[in-house]
Design a protein around this ligand. Structure first.
Ligand SMILES: Cc1cc2nc3c(=O)[nH]c(=O)nc-3n(C[C@H](O)[C@H](O)[C@H](O)COP(=O)(O)OP(=O)(O)OC[C@H]3O[C@@H](n4cnc5c(N)ncnc54)[C@H](O)[C@@H]3O)c2cc1C
Length: 425
């Protein structure tokens, strides 16, 4: 069986690797000059297996005015005269209820645990150096009220197998001394010792090389798919921009946000919308040398999320990645200087020893569905067309599990988890 996979971000590349592992012939098609250069490039690096709750929950209705009116809000909504935006937003608001949020959390936890087990198995078989570490995660709360609310989520997630603890201020600082600068502003933290971190770009690039070097694998860059040809209910070929036609038995649309356009050509509309986020990457002093003890005061060893500001701080080798913000309605991944200025000011306040002036700024668009659940499913428009899209803020976390699920669905093997929540709505 020959499978053509469109897009070599973290989703397409993990899909390609799983199909090769399972004995299939694979051709991976990437439009850019290399793998992992889209949204997978400079994300927060969290393998956030226990933090999968969707953005769509009842608190959205309380927060919406702030998103519209406050330019410093971590979530910004810019209304546009764009039908796609309004359709997505309507579906998002419809999904923002307690029952849907809980069902999505349950489904996402299943997928994320499958992903974690898969990633561990793959790395045991043959490791890739992507600064992968199980360094744990602290969600830092400034408001005692929100910390108390988090306790309920911790209790619910415990019923699903998650291991988390609530820590007071002193306990939090004892565990992660670099939090000292939050001082009296820190109410406490939710600590998850099992969370992991890694560089998504290095992982994607490493896996892409593996696909390329595999005897049954072909991995092409500069191979942008312009359209899919269909006849008698089956896709017959992927037409590249250079005119070449790639033929295969099955085709997987895994090209992130741009998957929307490819599927639209065949009459399939998926609810996918870009939620822009930003990151800064700051080298630690003496970035070329191994870690030293002094580092512990400069930047957190454990990944930290400043909950109220929705900002994530993570060590990736000898660099710190800081990622934040959800901007809805920009329609591109351009960097807005005022957002970067704001982010740098936050960093200076919380980790004043970091050399913010050396930061590399980046922006990417999370390919998001309204419910926060990815689409991992057969397309309704062709028997041999498959979708692996819409991983939103969790693509790195969910990639390996989505690949395994898609392979099981395509080969009619027993699905390792319930696939129903991952069908298109
Ligand atoms: C600021 C920020 C922080 C984030 N932090 C985290 C995090 O900590 N943990 C986490 O799990 N997730 C995180 N994410 C989300 C994660 O980065 C995404 O979910 C993930 O990268 C999506 O991967 P993808 O492969 O679907 O898309 P992409 O990485 O965008 O890959 C799609 C690929 O398809 C290619 N392509 C597009 N069209 C075509 C075509 N027609 N033909 C051929 N190729 C094509 C593109 O060039 C691209 O390489 C974050 C995202 C952002 C923006």
């Amino acid at each position: 069986m020959k499978v053509a996979i469109i897009g070599a971000g973290v989703i397409g590349t993990t899909t390609a690797w799983e199909f090769l592992r399972q004995g299939k012939q694979v051709i991976l098609l990437e439009g850019r000059e290399g793998a992992g250069l889209g949204t997978s490039y400079a994300n927060a690096g969290q393998l956030s297996y226990d933090y999968v709750a969707p953005l769509a929950d009842p608190s959205v209705f309380r927060d919406l005015p702030k998103w519209l009116l406050n330019p410093a809000s971590p979530l910004r909504f810019r209304p546009q005269p764009d039908l796609r935006q309004w359709c997505w937003l309507t579906a998002f608001l419809r999904a923002s209820n307690a029952a849907t949020a809980k069902a999505s959390t349950t489904a996402l936890l299943q997928l994320s645990y499958l992903s974690r087990d898969t990633l561990h198995a793959w790395m045991q078989e043959s490791p890739i150096n992507f600064h992968h570490k199980a360094n744990g995660k602290l969600i830092a709360y400034r408001s005692p009220h929100l910390l108390e609310k988090a306790r309920k989520q911790v209790e619910y997630q415990a019923t699903q197998g998650s291991r988390q603890r609530i820590l007071g201020r002193d306990e939090s600082v004892a565990l992660e001394p670099s939090l000292i600068h939050l001082g009296r502003n820190l109410a406490g933290c939710v600590y998850t010792p099992t969370e992991e971190v890694g560089d998504c770009y290095l992982f994607t690039r490493g896996l892409f090389e593996r696909v390329k070097n595999h005897p049954r694998g072909t991995a092409l860059t500069g191979a942008r798919v312009q359209r899919l040809h269909r006849a008698h209910g089956r896709v017959t070929g992927a037409q590249l921009e250079n005119g070449d036609l790639v033929e295969a038995d099955h085709f997987v649309v895994a090209n992130g946000l741009q998957g929307y356009d490819l599927l639209r050509q065949l009459g399939e509309t998926v609810h996918l919308y870009g939620l822009k986020g930003y990151s800064l990457t700051i080298p630690l002093p003496g970035a070329d040398t191994p870690a030293c003890d002094d580092d512990a005061a400069v930047a957190p060893m454990i990944s930290v999320t400043d909950y109220e500001r929705r900002t994530v701080y993570a060590r990736l080798g000898r660099r710190v990645r800081i990622a934040a913000m959800v901007d809805m309605g920009d329609g591109n991944a351009h960097i807005r200087p005022e957002r970067i200025r704001h982010l740098k000011a936050e960093v200076r306040e919380i980790f004043p020893q970091l050399e913010v002036e050396q930061a590399q700024a980046w922006a990417g668009e999370r390919p998001a569905t309204p419910e926060g659940r990815p689409i991992v499913s057969r397309s309704s428009k062709a028997d041999n067309l498959w979708i692996n899209l819409g991983h939103g803020a969790l693509g790195f976390t969910l990639a390996c599990g989505s690949a395994v699920l898609l392979h099981a669905l395509m080969t009619q093997g027993a699905a390792p988890i319930d696939p129903a929540p991952f069908k298109p709505r």
